[in-house]
Design a protein around this ligand. Structure first.
Ligand SMILES: [Zn+2]
Length: 276
């Protein structure tokens, strides 16, 4: 689903990606699969921009997709983005790979990785080639496309409200960042997402918060722990948590312990599922 993995959020500086913001196109070590020209269009009224290849079949939809995604994220929080958003639609995998500098340790992105989001930018591999690559993302599925953009944009919103900006050093709460992406995008409601109830019943519920973002249930588990915090403590408290950078800080803001939080979450998940 979106992408996903802790490495999706790592150090990002505007300089590192400056080549690909260029209106004249990307100069890069890796040759692009096709020739293209990167152009830029504004969206929203705060100076936010989206960069894309004018030859990209998804070009016609990108501005409306970003506009809708932004409305979804801002409606969830009831607050606007603190800063303008820079969005990039990568026309091919070679271009997408250039957005991950060597020091991130990723090399070429794996097939299933189609998005990245930090305070300074988000980038999504064009849905027009998801089907070509056949990596588990359906480029014809409008709802799935929407979910990916909203998920990445939720990471941008989170990054803009977090002192790290790109979550470097905050890896231990990667589950929280991913859970926010899942919850804001509404991905918990999609049936492809592995179920948190199933994780608990199969004995795969995490005993440690750090383990929430691992294994086959990571989306459902991380997303539903964040959904539990949202339901139990409220949206304002959840918003305040966007600024935390460690597990200790997160738990102390909630005035609870790791074990108590996980126990309460399990009970909440099981009682919610028994009410259905
Ligand atoms: Zn994510």
């Amino acid at each position: 689903m979106g992408l996903t993995m802790i490495k999706e959020r790592v150090t990002a500086t505007v300089l590192m990606v400056a080549a690909c913001f260029s209106v004249s196109g990307c100069t890069q070590d890796q040759a692009p699969d096709i020739a293209y020209t990167m152009i830029e269009e504004p969206f929203g009224e705060d100076g936010s921009t989206v960069h894309f290849a004018k030859e990209d079949p998804f070009a016609e939809e990108i501005v409306s997709t970003m506009t809708d995604a932004r409305e979804t994220v801002e409606a969830f929080w009831g607050r606007p983005f603190p800063e303008p958003v820079k969005a990039i639609l990568s026309p091919d995998r070679a271009h997408f790979n250039t957005l991950f500098p060597p020091e991130w340790g990723i090399g070429k992105t794996q097939c299933w990785m189609v998005g990245v989001g930090v305070a300074d930018f988000l980038a999504v591999l064009s849905p027009s080639i998801w089907g070509v690559e056949d990596c588990g993302h359906d480029g014809e599925d409008k709802l799935h496309i929407r979910d990916i953009f909203v998920h990445e944009l939720a990471h941008v919103y989170h990054g803009q409200n977090n002192p790290t900006r790109d979550f470097t050093g905050a890896e231990e709460i990667g589950w929280f960042a991913e859970g926010i992406g899942v919850l804001v995008a509404g991905q918990l409601e999609r049936d492809k997402l592995s179920s948190p109830q199933e994780a608990i019943r199969n004995g795969a519920a995490p005993k440690k918060l750090k383990k929430a973002w691992s294994g086959q249930y990571r989306y459902g588990v991380s997303g539903s722990i964040v959904a539990y915090i949202d339901a139990e403590y409220g949206r304002d408290v959840l918003f305040e948590l966007l600024s935390v950078t460690s597990e200790d800080e997160l738990l102390s803001r909630l005035n609870t312990s790791e074990a108590a939080l996980l126990d309460a979450w399990e009970s909440w998940v099981l009682s919610a599922s028994s009410n259905k």
